[in-house]
Every structure is written in structure tokens, then in C-alpha cells.
Design a protein around this ligand. Sequence first.
Ligand code: FAD
Length: 596
Amino acid sequence: MATRWNVIVIGGGHAGIEAAWAARNFGSVALVVTNPDTIGRMPCNPAVGGPGKSQLVFEVHALGGLMGRVADDTAIHTRMLNASKGPAVQSLRVQNERDEYATRAQEYVLGTAALDIVRGEAAALERDGDDWTVVTTDGRRLRARSVVLATGTFLRGQTWYGRASRPEGRQGEPPSRFLSSTLERGGHVLKRYKTGTPPRIRADSVRFEDLMELPADADPRSFGGRPGPRAASTPTWQTYTTPRTHELIQDNLHESPMYAGDIEGLGPRYCPSIEDKVVRFAHHERHLLFVEPDGRETSEVYLQGFSSSLPPRLQDELVRTLPGFEAAVVQRYAYAVEYDVVDSRELTLNLESRFLPGVFLAGQVVGTSGYEEAAAQGLVAGVAAARRAADLPELFFQRAQGYLGVLLDDLVLRGSDEPYRMMTSRVEHRLLVRQDNADERLTNFGHVLGVVGESEVERVGAKYARIESGMAALRQQRVNGVTGDAWLRRPEMSLADVEALGMTLPELNRDEREAVEIRVKYAGYIERTKRQLEAEASSDSVELGDLDFHAVPALSLEAREKLERARPRTLGQAARLPGVRHSDISALLVHLKSGK
Ligand code: FAD
């Protein structure tokens, strides 16, 4: 096997595999992972998508990424969430066959000629001229022009089961003990975050007949256009906490490492543990829990909403307070994990370390939470690392392009004091950047980046030409003197209703018909938003270059400090920094115009 590659990716989680998969388009890649059997493993819930996250998966898919394909192939339950709420927030969520997800991901990764898997624990990164050397704990020296670090929750990972704690990257896997020091020596100031996972329950100990069943969509959708063979083959279920659950938690809070003050790491506010929910929302009589199978012939179920770091013996008791779980047997106990993260503001918009040029970081190690956020960053870091290795110019995503742009912009310019999770509410122009038009927004950019081929560009172009011809057909036909598009804009009318009036459309598939409806119904709003975005884009086209902010006298002290730290590339990015006001932007503009 070689000892030098264009790119080395460290970590085979959702960020790492996406980085390696994207980077393979440009040349040789090594994926260094402690245990190759864990590549693509889902350490938390066996599900992909949901609000804010499905949009990321569609975007990753439009950019040639893996997550949508693997999720489609292994889906066992599919639902379109927010189906009644309008296209801006509609989100696909699929439940996956958990072990098969990892197997399928491994098939993709291992079946790629340009990609070598190296078994080992990366211990240090050393600068070597224009290259980096990754040193493993067993003394191997692996060289590459650029490196992507995607080590998840493993850096100085410490798991907690009640007040008992041990060094682990996640349940049953050793932590990454040495890499944090390399980052610290390089100048990064690391933070501690924590996240938790619920208990897994033996399926044959659950009384499913006492739970509320949630059927899958009868006509399942997919990320890649073709639902997998078992996409609607199993239901999921719901149950609730009871007064006894709450009482037990309140009585035993001193056993929680969070409440006892043992854990210093900050957890995700939007994904609280059951202890947090019972304490913070004490006025809620009960909390909804989702019971999710990990496969069609499931042997265990996942209790979504019941993350905990209370001790195992208490978990046995707690689980049995839930309707349907009176005789439940816990197969794997809930736990919390604490780990080191890099402050995302110490990275560039391509996720490159500002202190270690050529080292890119992606996923949980950057302070995000979730498979989808990790995958999206992996793709960005993988492409950027590979383009660097191939001496290609640097290209950047824009906030206005969609969820991926917002994720990068938020992480790098604003930062986050807790594990960052994508949500639809973080995105300003949700009706413009929907899951259904990710391909329209990103295919061409993916081609420019070098990860989308010519035939895909043509396929997507033809799709949108058909949609356009459907819209034109509506504009050209009239019934009772009213054009087809005006009929369709009436809130009560659907495309089928318009056809029932006698109007005809060219042949379109289901996705294309929906796209016609959305574009016609929301045309006014979409047009207005596009104009607003064009105005904003003009400030994003004003480059700041390596402007010395100390030389701009009218800047406030706070703004100067924030600008120096974040080093935004454009005026638009500067305007989005917290602490930078309108008056500061005017000062920058005046300074730029004066040409000093
Ligand atoms: P990971 O999937 O963690 O992958 C890291 C990879 O790096 C692994 O393959 C590991 O073996 C490898 N690795 C690490 N160090 C080294 C090294 N030095 N050398 C070689 N290989 C190395 N997400 C949510 O959205 N909500 C939640 O509530 C939630 N809770 C979670 C709870 C727990 C306990 C855990 C473990 C995860 C949780 N997740 C949750 C997070 C989700 O699992 C991650 O966001 C996602 O897996 C991150 O992907 P990643 O690629 O960054 O890292």
C-alpha cells in the first residue's frame, strides 16, 4: 500500500465517509479509521432526515454525496413530516435498518479504487514541507498534502453512566487520546461538549399492542428519486412518560452526573435528556416518546426522547414506568459522552484550520450534532482538501445557496456555545431553498466544484425544462377568461383541479408536478425574495481581501475585535457577524471607496 496520498481522512463516521467519497473525485485518498467495521455506524438513532436535516441530505445528494443513497437503500419506514404545513418546511424522514446502513456505506467506500482504508489510530499531525504526516499510535507515518479530521465524539472522549465514568469515544470503543494535543499545540483552544443517547430495549419485551402506532407513508418518497424496496415496511410507535417517571427522576437527580456537576461539557439545548425535560418543563404532565425499530425483524427498539445519563439500575426502573414497557428489558443502557471540540470560529468557510493550513475539520469535532450536519460538512471539507491537494482554486458556498451555506456561515461567522443542530428556522429564505429544489440550486455548482458529472447536469437541466414547459402550458391556456396559472394560484385549487377544468399539461412525473404547483402558487413570494437576495448578494460580492481593520478609524471597538477574529471575506459576511452594526458596515464601505 502507498504511504502518500493526496488527502488523508481521519475517521469513518458520517463526516469522514462523505469527505473521502467527495475527495476521491480528485485523486488518491486514505481513510484512517481505528476499526473499519465501524465505518458508517449510526451511534444514535437509526434514522436520517427530519426538519432542517432532510434539506441537508437532499443538498449532499445533489452534490454527489453518499448519505441519501445509503438512507434510501436501507429505509424501512418513511414519512414526509410537516406534509400539511407547506413546502418550505416539509421534510423527509426515513427510519433505517441500522446495521445494514453501515454495511451499505462500507460497500460504497470499500468498492472505490482511489480510496485506501488504513486501520489505525491517528495520534499526531506533523508539518512536512507542503505535506502533512499523520502519525499513528503504532508508529506508521502516512503523508498527504491535506488532511480531514472527522473524529466525532472521540477526542478525549469520556462516557458517563450515572456518576460512573470511563474513557470511551462512544459505547464500547476506545477514545482518541492524542490528537487533541496536536490541535492545541497548533493554537486551537478546545472546548468540552456532551451529548447523550437513550436506552435500547429488547423488542420482545415490549407490548407493542399498548403503544400508538404510526404507519409509514403509503406512497413513500426518497432522497434520490427511487425509494428502497422496504421503504414502508414497518410502523413506528409512540408512548408517553407517566407521573411515576417524573417522580423517579426528581427523586434521583443527585445520581445524574449533569446535576451533580461532574460533567463540564455543554449539551444540545434542542435535544435535551429526559432529566432536563422533567426539570425544565416541570409543568408538563407527560413527554412524548417515539419508539423506533432498528430493523424490520427488529431485536431492539430505540426510545427517542429518553436520552439519559442516570445510572443503569435506575434506567431499568424508569423504562418500566412507560405504558407498554412494564416488563421491558434494557439491552443497552443510555449514556452521555463528553468530548473535545474545536471552536468553529477558528476555521475558514471551507472548514480549514486557520492555524494549521491544509488541515480541514468536519462533523461532531467542530461542535455540531447529528449525522446530517456531519455529512454536509464532510463533503465540504473533502472537496476543499482535495482541491487544495490538486492546486485548484478555492471555491466557497454562499449562505443564500441553501442549508449547507447557512450551516457553514453560522458555524464560522457566528459560532455556537452548544452542539449546533440544523433547523428550518435558522434559514432566512425557506420557501426558496426547499428540499425539493436542492438539485436545481446545487447541481451546477457541484459540477464547478468537480463532484457532479456532465450527465447529471444534463438530467437535472432536462427536468427543470419540463417543469418550465408545464408552467408555460398553464400560462397559455384559459378557462372562463382566466389563465391556468391564475386558477392554480387560488388557494383551494390543485394541479389536478386545473386539469379537471379541461386544461392539459405535458407529461410530468410526481416530483415535477409538485414543482409546478409550488412555483405557481408561491410565485409572488418567490419573486420578492429573489429580488431581496439579489440586493444582499451585492454586498456579498464586495471583497474585503486582507483589509487591516485597525486602519478603519470609524469602526467600533467591538466590531474591530469581531472582524479581526472572524476575518470575513466579504462585506455581506461582515454584516452577519454578531456585534457588527450598520454604522460599522457604513464605515467599512466608506473606507473601501476611499481606496486607502
Ligand atoms: P462519528 O460518527 O462519531 O465518527 C467518528 C469516527 O472517527 C469513528 O469512525 C471513529 O472510529 C473515528 N476516529 C476517532 N478518532 C480517531 C483517530 N484518532 N484515528 C482514527 N479514527 C478515529 N446526534 C443527534 O443529532 N442527536 C443526538 O441526540 C445525538 N446523540 C448522540 C449521542 C451519543 C452518545 C453519540 C455517540 C452520538 C450522538 N449523536 C447525536 C451524534 C451523531 O452520532 C453524530 O453527530 C455523528 O455520528 C457525527 O458524525 P462524525 O462523522 O462527526 O463522527
